[in-house]
Design a protein around this ligand. Structure first.
Ligand SMILES: [Zn+2]
Length: 410
């Protein structure tokens, strides 16, 4: 299955071999050929290029009773280290990965959602990275790249946070600000692009080539893959489904419009809905959004009828908005990711599934699945690490990823 719209077939085939190794674990050249549909001669050539750069290594040599011994190949985890960073409105999560994208260490720093100073956010990123490196016992000299996801509109080819509505940031040169602090090769992108890349490599996107991953926290958005290609749009701003319209003249949204999906399904949207049902509900007194959602999970588990009504209404809002997304794209698979759906999955998922058939056209409904993402750990950090791995392979001359544009060595 093609996962990139690469013009370079050889580069595309290299990614197929790499993805097969992520899917299968240590594999013989024959197994890789069978899994990718490439000829064994092609796999042997491509694997040879990876082996020469030490990106792959021989995991084992197995001898059969008859015939020649064969080698099992694997991604060399110790070829380098990669850091994936998810910067959200309420936290920074930094994860240190080996080159096979196994997690070595992780650290989260809470961000005050009312602070929007650039230095404050950059300090938070540097602190999260520093502690994650220490936790994993990784020296900086081993790091081959850092991928940082920033909320809002990001120009990924020049590392600029174009517009982050929650912080009122406009044209912030985040890559420059971070480069001065970290002195490591950097790649900056948007969480929706990171989340869909993680799905394509490690989640539902391994078995379907068109899907959407819906990321919900403070805000909401959708990462989209169509026919194996990550959808960026003309200015890398595709997927802003959170700012499509759910209610004409509805609730004010932080983007300036009224009635956006995000104003109903994001954490502040749930607070507004709860206040409409019961303005004196104790869950409304929480200091932050994540405390609020954690309190909801506790109350729902205890059977609080007001919170059940909140989830019923939220399920309707989300199903209506997902119906629009599915009707527009005709994707067979939607996954939900982010801290809010993960905390409330037990109640949110049944509510959405019950409502969804009322909002999806019959032609798009057969086989449609909506599930919580099975990507392990923080999908945005993992997706940023995958982009960074693509960049690293590009610098070695092994790939010209279509998901990301080539960048100069940072
Ligand atoms: Zn909006």
């Amino acid at each position: 299955m093609a996962r990139h719209s690469a013009r370079d077939v050889r580069s595309e085939n290299r990614f197929e071999v790499l993805h097969a190794l992520f899917d299968l674990g240590p594999s013989s050249r024959q197994e890789l050929a069978r899994h990718t549909g490439l000829s064994q001669a092609t796999v042997t050539t491509l694997a040879g290029e990876f082996l020469a750069e030490d990106v792959l290594r021989i995991a084992a040599v197995e001898r059969k009773r008859v015939g020649r011994p064969y080698e099992r190949l694997t991604i060399n985890p110790d070829r380098g280290r990669i850091i994936g960073v998810d910067v959200a409105e309420t936290y920074v999560d930094a994860t240190v990965y080996d080159l096979a994208l196994g997690v070595l260490g992780r650290h989260e720093v809470a961000l005050d959602e009312d602070q929007n100073d650039q230095a404050y956010v950059v300090d938070g990123i540097a602190a999260a990275i520093g502690t994650a490196l220490a936790a994993s016992g990784t020296g900086r000299e081993r790091i081959v790249g850092v991928g940082v996801s920033m909320p809002g509109h990001v120009q990924h080819d020049c590392g600029v946070s174009v517009f982050a509505p929650n912080w009122n940031w406009h044209d912030v040169r985040i890559e420059e600000l971070l480069a001065g602090r970290l002195e490591l090769p950097l790649y900056v992108d948007n969480p929706l692009k990171a989340a869909i890349l993680a799905e394509m490599w490690f989640g539902a996107g391994r078995v379907v080539d068109s899907m959407a991953v819906v990321n919900i926290g403070t805000g909401a958005g959708a990462g989209i893959a169509l026919e194996g290609t990550l959808v960026r749009g003309a200015t890398n701003n595709a997927g802003e489904w959170g700012h499509t319209l759910l209610a004409l003249d509805g609730r004010p949204c932080r983007c300036g419009r009224q009635g956006c999906v995000e104003a109903y399904v994001g954490a502040p949207g749930l607070e507004t809905t709860l206040a409409e049902i019961d303005p004196s509900h104790p869950a409304l007194g929480q200091p932050g959004q994540r405390d609020f959602v954690a309190t909801l999970a506790v109350g729902l588990a205890a059977g609080d009828p007001v919170l059940r009504e909140l989830l019923r209404r939220t399920g309707r809002h989300l199903a209506a908005a997902l119906g629009d997304l599915v009707n527009l794209l005709n994707v067979p698979t939607v996954t939900l990711t982010g801290w809010l759906p993960k905390a409330l999955a037990e109640w949110l998922l049944p509510a959405v599934r019950e409502e969804l058939p009322h909002h999806v056209l019959p032609g798009s409904l057969p086989g449609l699945t909506v599930d919580i993402s099975e990507v392990p750990g923080n999908a945005v950090s993992l997706g940023m690490a995958a982009f960074t791995l693509e960049q690293f392979l590009n610098r070695l001359g092994l790939a010209s990823p279509a998901g990301t544009r080539p960048q100069p060595v940072g």
